[in-house]
Design a protein around this ligand. Structure first.
Ligand SMILES: Nc1nc2c(ncn2[C@@H]2O[C@H](COP(=O)(O)OP(=O)(O)OP(=O)(O)O)[C@@H](O)[C@H]2O)c(=O)[nH]1
Ligand SMILES: [Mg+2]
Ligand SMILES: [Zn+2]
Length: 302
């Protein structure tokens, strides 16, 4: 039988076939070994071949993953040489961020955008919790949004809790499979509960002490908004470390660098300390200093 993974816990998986039937399944043992550089051989969104376990009727065993159209991957937290697939077969990935309670670091957003670019997944930046911002913070946020839009990433601000309609977001999601990722507590599950008729995700208040989320969602799972519109909810993560991306390629994943990259004196210029670097001349002009600083910090991770 063939179906797709709608929930993955790392030890067992829910598969749904195209009739909408759900199967509880596990991986065949040898499967894990053949995918040795991944901390999770199977991810939410994967299409798989599976059979009933003859020794344990009512339980199912995954035999094979069908080729993935795409996937988003980050460095595993536990094993630094491994990658962790966040989800596969998606149309777009959305980082849900917030400026307050919790504060999403710009380095997280930019690392996410690089990975999406490198793995050819359209990426969006959505800022939630607009309702708790004062005027000054809203102005700052609008500038961020404008910059991300200018360099080709759709971006907007919303309030999952107080917006009467989230029309714009709904039209962005329409007829697509979208991945939601972000820090714990930014409101991913709250949003999904508002958007999906079958989602009843538990949400949790922000810790008053740290202004951070409490890691309420523990497994990634697909929810239907309608027949063709799906969202994948994922557990909150602190940051997004790049996996399998080369240091000297990073500059090509900053859209605002692309036209300038070749104008530097040295064609292998990394835009750090090299003389006659055109990228550095553009800082505070066409290049936002914060993006350049994040670029440097990513380069220094290597
Ligand atoms: N003020 C305000 N609070 C919000 C908004 N959206 C969500 N919240 C609150 O933020 C808290 C965290 O929301 P969740 O939906 O659990 O966050 P999450 O991103 O799913 O967090 P994890 O599952 O831990 O990754 C809850 O108390 C929500 O009610 C919003 O737009 N405005
Ligand atoms: Mg959640
Ligand atoms: Zn340069």
């Amino acid at each position: 039988m063939i179906g797709s993974i709608i929930k993955s816990t790392g030890s067992w998986y829910l598969i749904r076939n195209d009739k909408g039937e759900i199967f509880n399944s596990k991986l065949r043992g040898k499967f894990k070994i053949s995918n040795h550089n991944l901390s999770n051989p199977i991810a939410t969104g994967d299409e798989v071949e599976f059979d009933e376990d003859k020794n344990n009727l009512g339980n199912y065993i995954i035999n094979k993953i069908l080729p993935r159209n795409n996937y988003l991957i980050r460095k595993s937290i536990k094993k630094k040489n491994n990658g962790h697939i966040i989800a596969s077969n998606i149309n777009q990935a959305i980082i849900i961020s917030s400026l307050k309670n919790p504060f999403t670091k710009s380095g997280f957003i930019d690392r996410f955008l690089i990975s999406c670019f490198a793995y050819r997944i359209p990426a969006l930046v959505i800022y939630n919790k607009k309702d708790i911002l004062n005027k000054k913070e809203k102005n700052r946020l609008n500038q961020e949004i404008d910059y991300y839009k200018k360099i080709g990433f759709n971006s907007l601000s919303i309030s999952a809790k107080f917006d009467k309609k989230i029309k714009k977001l709904k039209s962005i999601l329409k007829n697509k499979t979208s991945l939601f990722i972000g820090n714990s507590g930014v409101g991913k599950s709250t949003l999904i509960n508002r958007l999906s008729y079958n989602a009843n995700q538990k949400t949790s208040e922000i810790s008053k002490k740290s202004n951070k989320g409490k890691h309420r969602t523990t497994f990634s799972q697909i929810f239907d908004i309608d027949k063709k519109t799906k969202i994948i909810d994922t557990p909150g993560i602190k940051t997004f470390e790049l996996f399998d991306i080369e240091k000297n390629q990073i500059k090509n994943y900053f859209p605002e660098f692309i036209k300038i990259n070749d104008k530097c004196k040295f064609n292998n210029c990394l835009h750090i300390n090299e003389p006659s670097c055109e990228i550095k001349k553009e800082i505070d002009k066409s290049i936002w200093r914060r993006r350049y600083n994040n670029y440097l910090s990513i380069i220094r991770d290597f």
